[in-house]
Design a binder for this molecule. Structure first.
Ligand code: ZN
Length: 307
């Protein structure tokens, strides 16, 4: 195992009255964001963390903020960094997510952890969402309306949900927004994500809590579009020339995207783009192992998480 890199501790930011973003630097693999909304009688959490220790640290941060119990946990999608910690919430907590998020959490299980070197995962138990919806669900924290919205197409994954709080113009975007890290579309859709960004932008959020990276505003959308278009254009060219995704990735000049963390995701993104160019449906299930092997080849070593 490589030497552990110590990241700055998570930080809590009150982005609007009683709405908190929980930001885990530096936003790379398994260092996701979460957040919570505090009501007079209970707390709604948005996402959990990817290791047991980090999940419990999030619960402690909630406990230092309010004595109100956690009532609800919303998962923005099935990825393990956002859901491994689900099992740590109080047993009476209602775990909410998209119908396919439930299926994917169960199908993914804990095995995905073996693909990454680094973290002490703890004793993860799979705890999928059990209140599920397909399009939209509205929940209230006291009188504050929180709209949980799925935009009808695979994007980052097949089951992305945002938590939109219109009264405060605050958006918990989940991994539909990466801020400073490479967006990862392997289990979603490049075209669907581009469409979804238009829908997201039209919500009119002033404060955007991304799935990874610092809190931002709507200025993040053009950057995301730019990266996804870069992937799309590169893939069209490479597909035409008959290059395999790894070959194409190695020949690519990442240019302005060079500085984003986890650049090896370009390989996974090209695999997804090729699937779409082959005419497969958005979110079509791709075999993970060969893609991970390609990402490792691109990196010249194992996938490492500093969570
Ligand atoms: Zn994700």
């Amino acid at each position: 195992m490589r030497e552990r890199t110590t990241m700055d501790p998570p930080r809590l930011e009150e982005v609007s009255d009683r709405i908190f973003a929980y930001i885990q630097p530096d936003g790379s693999w398994f260092l996701n964001n979460a957040g919570f909304i505090v009501g007079s009688k209970g707390v709604t959490l948005v996402d959990q963390c990817g290791t047991e220790a980090r999940a419990r640290a999030l619960l402690e941060a909630v406990g230092r903020t309010t004595s109100a119990p956690i009532q609800t946990l919303v998962n923005t999608h099935h990825h393990a960094d956002h859901t491994f910690g689900n099992f740590t919430v109080p047993a009476a907590t209602t775990i909410v997510g998209h119908r396919r998020a439930r299926d994917e959490v169960i199908a993914t299980g804990v095995g995905i952890a073996q693909l990454f070197e680094g973290p002490d995962w703890g004793d993860i138990e799979v705890a999928p969402p059990f209140l599920c919806f397909e399009e939209q669900l509205t929940l209230f924290v006291d009188d504050l309306e929180v709209q949980l919205i799925h935009f009808g197409t695979p994007a980052h994954t097949t089951n992305d949900v945002v938590a939109w709080i219109p009264e405060r113009r605050v958006l918990f975007a989940g991994d539909l927004v990466f801020n400073g890290g490479t967006p990862f579309a392997l289990q979603g859709s490049i075209a669907g994500w581009l469409e979804t960004l238009d829908r997201l932008e039209s919500l009119g959020a002033e404060t955007v809590i991304p799935g990874h990276g610092p809190v931002c505003g709507p200025e993040v959308y053009p950057t995301l579009r730019g990266y996804l278009r870069f992937v799309d254009e590169a893939a069209r060219r490479g597909f035409e020339e008959g290059l395999a995704p790894l070959e194409l990735a190695r020949s690519l000049d990442l240019g302005e995207w060079e500085g984003l963390s986890d650049p090896e995701r370009i390989v996974g993104n090209l695999h997804r783009a090729y699937s779409e160019l082959r005419g497969e449906p958005r979110g079509h299930v791709l075999d993970l192992m060969p893609v991970v092997a390609d990402m490792q080849s691109y990196l010249g070593g194992p996938l490492v998480s500093h969570a």
